[in-house]
Design a protein around this ligand. Structure first.
Ligand code: NAD
Length: 254
């Protein structure tokens, strides 16, 4: 498939998990992919190698997104790389995937832990989009990775779910504004996916039973389940669809 031939994509947090699967899938569809990582350069380079081994094109860029200057730093590196590789700084697809999980309840949430999860899950995507829009070509795509916990209430993931609620609102609001440029803005709301974020749950027999029981399909999700939806949203096939919050939880919310 080469639906994304000639397109340039940036996937944040693509050194592992859902981000890695999305980066690989967009590259498979023909995009040149910037594989962003926070700290683990080696893992990001593994993502790049796996893309190249499948005949795709990718490169790694590192930036700590919780740092005040992190977003700026990421785009400085991206601009330099793209100038070298494509002769300009224009790009087409931003996948806001980097994020952290956090358990918290109304009783135990602290200001520090709230600020921590807000910084990476809300502030970083907001300012990534701001920078991205200065470079994004008309007809571009913004894909935000939210969570099914914005649809199904889990009292022990309070602050995390609030951050993803903010991501949903960001998605709706910008979709309205950016239609004039032909840019679509959509969000994917995964349920439990087998990544490092859920390692503790999925290593525990009770946790596995709980996770499999949430979906109508009797299993938890794999990273590819989310990547395939992202590929659709990144492709021309989704051109008439914007401001949508797409469930990727195997029917957990039904
Ligand atoms: P993960 O922990 O495997 O990956 C998270 C990625 O974000 C990593 O690459 C990490 O380096 C990056 N990241 C985190 N903090 C960062 C920082 N300060 N600076 C730069 N990069 C940073 O988790 P995942 O499950 O692949 O999660 C990806 C996205 O999917 C997240 O936004 C998460 O909230 C969302 N999500 C995951 C699940 C799930 O069940 N796994 C469910 C719903 C939503």
């Amino acid at each position: 498939m080469s639906k994304l031939k000639g397109k340039v994509a940036l996937v944040t947090g693509a050194s592992r998990g859902i981000g890695r699967a999305i980066a690989r899938r967009l590259a498979q569809d023909g995009a040149l992919v910037a594989v962003h990582y926070g700290a683990n350069r080696g893992a990001a380079e593994e993502t790049v190698r796996s893309v190249e081994n499948s005949g795709g094109e990718a490169f790694a860029i590192g930036a700590e997104l919780a740092a005040p200057s992190g977003v700026q730093a990421l785009f400085e590196i991206l601009d330099a790389e793209l100038r070298q590789r494509t002769g300009g700084t224009g790009f087409d697809i931003l996948v806001n995937n980097a994020g952290i999980g956090q358990y918290s309840t109304i009783e135990d949430i602290t200001e520090d832990s709230f600020n921590e999860v807000m910084a990476i899950n809300v502030k970083a995507p907001l300012f990534l989009i701001q920078q991205a829009l200065r470079r994004m070509r008309d007809g571009g795509r913004i894909i935000n990775i939210s969570s099914a916990t914005t649809r199904i209430a889990f009292p022990n993931v309070l602050a995390y779910s609030m951050t993803k609620g903010a991501v949903n609102t960001l998605t709706l609001t910008l979709a309205k504004q950016l239609g004039a440029r032909g840019i679509t803005v959509n969000a994917i709301l995964p349920g439990i996916i087998d990544t490092d974020m859920n390692a503790a749950t999925l290593q525990d027999p009770e946790g596995r039973k709980f996770a499999a029981g949430l979906s109508v399909f009797g299993r938890w999700g794999e990273t590819g389940d989310v990547a395939d939806i992202a590929a659709f949203l990144a492709s021309p096939d989704s051109r008439w669809m914007t401001g949508q919050l797409l469930d990727a939880s195997g029917g957990t919310a039904l």
